[in-house]
Design a protein around this ligand. Structure first.
Ligand code: TNX
Length: 480
C-alpha cells in the first residue's frame, strides 16, 4: 500500500484509517510549530476542525525516529483510526514527517479523504540531498525556481545549489559590482532575454526554500567559466578589453588571470558579497573545467576564494577539480567526472575533505533518457543515456573507490541548462529522475529495490499531472 517516495527507513502498515474530514491539528506554542501546523493543514487539504473529531498532534521529542538514529531530521509517525501523532527532535524533522503525511493522504473505498493507519520511524541516510540548478546558460525566473523547490520538498531534498554564473551570464546582482548584471545579466544561450535576481529576490528565494527546509547554496564559478565576468569588466583580462558576449555551448575557453591587479579585489568583492547574502552555511566556489591555467595559478584562485568565504563565516564547496589543490580540512569536494582518475579525491579525503556525490553517469539530469532523446545531453556521445532505472540503481558507497563512506556528506543531482530553454523542458528532465536520486540519498540501501520504487513512483505522476508538471514516461513504470 505505501506509496511513499523516498521510502522511509521503517514503515509498517496497520488496519483502519483516519478520515481527514473535521480533523484538527495540534502543535506546540512556538511560532515555527504553529506555522508547521498550518503547513500540515494546507498540504492535507483540511477544512474547519470539528470539536468531537480526533487530532493530528505534532510534538517535539528527542526519542523520535529509528533506534540509534542521530539525524536532526528523524521523525516518528503513528496513524490509527483514533488519531495521528508526529514527533521529531527538531522542527526540521517535523517538516520531513509532514511531507510523509502529505504523500500518505488518499481516498478510501467510500470516497472519503483518509490517512491509512501506519507506523513510520524514519531518518535520512545523508544530510546533503541536493539538486544543482544551472540558471546561467538559461535563466529561470524566481517563480519557476519556487516550483522546483516545491517538488524538492515533497521528496525531502535539503539543498538547492544555484549555479549563478558562467560564460553566458551573471545571474545575481551584487552591490559591489553592478556591471556584472547590468551588462552580463542580459542574454543567454539562443535568443532568450536572460535575466538576473536582485538581492531582494535572492533573499526571498532563500526564505521560500528555508520555509521548506531547503538550504540554498549559491555558486560563483571561477577561475574558468568566467566570460560573463570578463565581458562586464575588461580589467579582468590582459589588455583590458572586455570579451565578447558568449551565447554558445562550448566550455573551457574562458579564464581569469591571477596576476592582474584587478583580479584579487574582484574575487574579494564578489565572494564577500555572496557570503554576506547567503542565509545557509555554504558557498560554492566552482573550480571546474579550467583547461587554460597551470595548477599553480589555479591553486591560488581556489585558496583565495576559500579564504574570503571562510573569513565571512561560510563553509566551502567546490567541484571535483579543487581536489588538485591542498585544501583546508572540511572543504566539500563535489565529485562529478566519472571518466577521470579519482586519486586526487582520495588524497583530499585523507587531508580532511568531505565528498559530495554527483556522478555524471547517474545524476546529471540534463543527460538523454535514451538514445532517441535528441535534445538531451551526452557529451559528444562519450556518456550513455540515463534512464530512470540508471538514476536509481546505484550505491553511493561504491561511487568513489577507496573513499571512506563516512567522508561522504550526500548526493546531489545536477541539471545543466544549455539545452533547457523553458520550464516545460526543465521538469521533463527532472521528473521522474529527481525522485530516484532523492530515494538514493534518503533510504537505507537494504530497504531499496527498483521494483518497489517503480511501483511507488508511478502514483506520483497523478500529482505531477494535477500541477501541470511535465515528466518523462520512463519504461518499466506503469504510469497509467
Ligand atoms: C560539464 S559538470 C560542466 C558544465 C556543463 C555540463 C554539461 C561540470 C562541473 N561542468 O559546465 O554545463 O558539463 O552537461
Amino acid at each position: 500500500m505505501s506509496s511513499l517516495v523516498p521510502l522511509p527507513a521503517h514503515v509498517r502498515t496497520a488496519d483502519g484509517s483516519l478520515p481527514l474530514d473535521g480533523l484538527s491539528v495540534v502543535a506546540g506554542p512556538s511560532e515555527e510549530e504553529q506555522r508547521l501546523a498550518a503547513v500540515a493543514r494546507h498540504l492535507l487539504g483540511l477544512g474547519a476542525p470539528a470539536g468531537d473529531r480526533p487530532a493530528l498532534v505534532l510534538a517535539l521529542d528527542d526519542a523520535a525516529g529509528p533506534g540509534g538514529a542521530a539525524s536532526p531530521e528523524r521523525y516518528s509517525l503513528e496513524v490509527s483510526g483514533a488519531g495521528a501523532a508526529l514527533t521529531a527532535p527538531t522542527t526540521e524533522g517535523l517538516f520531513r514527517g509532514i511531507a510523509t503525511l502529505a504523500q500518505l493522504s488518499t481516498v478510501d473505498g467510500e470516497g472519503r479523504a483518509v490517512l491509512p493507519a501506519v507506523v513510520v520511524k524514519d531518518a535520512p541516510r545523508y544530510p546533503w540531498r541536493g539538486l544543482s540548478l544551472d540558471v546561467a546558460r538559461h535563466f529561470f525566473e524566481p517563480d519557476v525556481v519556487e516550483r522546483v523547490i516545491d517538488v524538492m520538498a515533497r521528496y525531502k531534498l535539503s539543498v538547492l545549489h544555484l549555479h549563478l554564473t558562467d560564460d553566458q551570464g551573471w545571474r545575481l546582482e551584487l552591490p559591489s559590482r553592478r556591471l556584472l548584471t547590468e551588462i552580463s545579466g542580459k542574454g543567454e544561450i539562443g535568443d532568450g532575454v536572460g535575466g538576473f535576481y536582485t538581492m531582494d529576490e535572492f533573499r526571498r528565494l532563500q526564505e521560500y526554500a528555508a520555509a521548506r527546509y531547503v538550504q540554498v547554496v549559491p555558486e560563483f564559478d571561477m577561475p574558468g567559466h568566467t566570460n560573463a565576468a570578463t565581458h562586464a569588466y575588461g580589467e579582468l583580462v590582459p589588455g583590458g578589453q572586455p570579451t565578447d558576449r558568449f551565447g554558445g555551448e562550448e566550455v573551457g575557453f574562458s579564464k581569469l588571470s591571477f596576476d592582474l591587479p584587478e583580479t584579487e579585489p574582484f574575487l574579494r568583492d564578489v565572494f564577500g558579497d555572496i557570503a554576506a547574502a547567503t542565509l545557509g552555511e555554504y558557498v560554492h566556489i566552482g573550480g571546474d573545467e579550467v583547461f587554460t591555467l597551470g595548477v599553480e595559478e589555479y591553486s591560488r584562485f581556489v585558496l583565495l576564494a576559500h579564504d574570503v568565504v571562510t573569513a565571512a563565516g561560510k563553509k566551502v564547496v567546490g567541484w571535483q577539480e579543487i581536489a588538485e589543490v591542498e585544501l583546508p580540512a572540511d572543504t566539500v569536494v563535489q565529485y562529478w567526472e566519472t571518466r577521470k582518475d579519482t586519486a586526487p579525491l582520495r588524497r583530499a579525503v585523507a587531508g580532511g575533505a568531505k565528498i559530495l556525490l554527483s556522478p555524471a553517469d547517474r545524476v546529471y539530469l540534463d543527460m538523454k533518457y535514451d538514445a532517441d532523446d535528441a535534445r538531451g545531453q551526452d557529451w559528444g556521445a562519450s556518456m550513455p543515456p540515463i534512464e530512470l532505472r540508471d538514476a536509481y540503481d546505484w550505491e553511493p558507497d561504491a561511487a568513489v573507490e577507496g573513499v571512506d563512506p563516512d567522508a561522504v556528506v550526500g548526493v546531489e543531482a545536477a541539471i545543466w541548462s544549455e539545452r533547457i530553454p523553458d520550464e516545460h523542458t526543465l521538469f521533463m528532465r527532472l521528473l521522474p529522475r529527481l525522485a530516484a536520486v532523492a530515494e538514493v540519498a534518503w533510504t537505507p540501501v537494504d530497504a531499496r529495490s527498483w521494483e518497489g520504487f517503480a511501483a511507488r513512483v508511478a502514483r506520483e505522476s497523478t500529482g505531477w499531472r494535477d500541477r501541470g508538471l511535465t515528466f518523462h514516461e520512463s519504461p518499466g513504470v506503469d504510469w497509467a
